[in-house]
Design a protein around this ligand. Structure first.
Ligand SMILES: Nc1ncnc2c1ncn2[C@@H]1O[C@H](COP(=O)(O)OP(=O)(O)OP(=O)(O)O)[C@@H](O)[C@H]1O
Length: 254
């Protein structure tokens, strides 16, 4: 019997390919690529056992494992699934529709908004003062803000330097900038478990990478050890930036 193959099937295959590619990318950036390969191998064995070899006993065991496995995967990958849904919701067009419906305006930092942050980072870099600044974009950071001390002040160079000054009670953890205001300091970020992060980058960099993997925020890091200024954004590091590069990265539209 000839198999009918139409445009719908082609779209179906393309969508599955896209889904697989997206899952692969997400798992690679979160360091769980081995789990992705493991799942693919399991699906392949399941397909061969049930569809090609038609082994009924082994097939029924695999069927049970698949139904339990789907639940286990949701629990195991709740962060990745959350990120996927957040990314869908924060995609330019989707967020434009959400903004239109809620009447809110687009949160885009201008040069004047980032200058105090850039200048503070330059000063802290010269003095080897470690800092971690998370700048909210379209995905809200309420959960992160709740882990720290509320500040709610204008973005001000001297205040930023004061927060990260070595003896300041708030110097540990991350500062969060939201809606052009310093919302909180001493916040705890999710740490990335990505195995590809160079060993010389410690916990501050891992925390910056972690928040950039689950939100669309910019995470600016000033290294206490080297004074280097870096940014983690969309799961990628932009290392050793100068003032112009930092400013243009923070004001760039996607
Ligand atoms: N989960 C986290 N959330 C927020 N801040 C964190 C987190 N983990 C570590 N930090 C911050 O990073 C500091 C430790 O930095 P560490 O020296 O391990 O990192 P690093 O990336 O090597 O940075 P540096 O180059 O400045 O040494 C802590 O004192 C704390 O302020």
């Amino acid at each position: 019997m000839p198999i009918a193959f139409g445009v719908k099937d082609l779209i179906d295959i393309l969508l599955v390919a896209f889904l697989l590619y997206y899952t692969y990318k997400l798992m690679k950036s979160s360091g769980s690529i081995n789990v992705f390969v493991g799942i693919l191998v399991f699906i392949l064995i399941w397909f061969v056992v049930t569809q090609i070899l038609e082994m009924r006993l082994l097939g029924s065991i695999f069927d049970k494992l698949v139904s339990v496995g789907a639940l286990a995967l949701i629990v195991l990958f709740q962060d990745e699934i959350r990120h996927f849904l957040l990314t869908l919701g924060s995609h330019q067009r989707a967020s434009a529709i959400a903004r239109f419906l809620s009447g809110a305006s687009k949160e885009q930092l201008e040069k004047s908004d980032v200058v105090p942050i850039v200048l503070a980072c330059l000063n802290m870099s010269k003095q080897r003062i470690g800092a971690l600044i998370v700048i909210e974009r379209s995905i809200p950071l309420y959960e992160i803000v709740r882990t720290g001390e509320t500040i709610d002040a204008n973005v001000n160079q001297r205040l930023i330097e004061n927060i990260f000054f070595k003896n300041s009670p708030l110097h540990d953890g991350a500062m969060v900038v939201s809606k052009k205001r310093i919302k909180a300091a001493g916040c705890i970020l999710p740490v990335s478990h990505n195995l590809d992060i160079p060993k010389e980058l410690g916990l501050r960099h891992r925390a910056a990478m972690g928040i950039s993997q689950v939100t669309d925020a910019h995470a600016v890091i000033v290294s206490e050890e080297t004074g280097a200024i870096s940014v983690a954004y969309h799961g990628q590091f932009h290392l050793r930036l100068n003032a112009e590069e930092l400013e243009s990265l923070l004001t760039k539209e996607d």
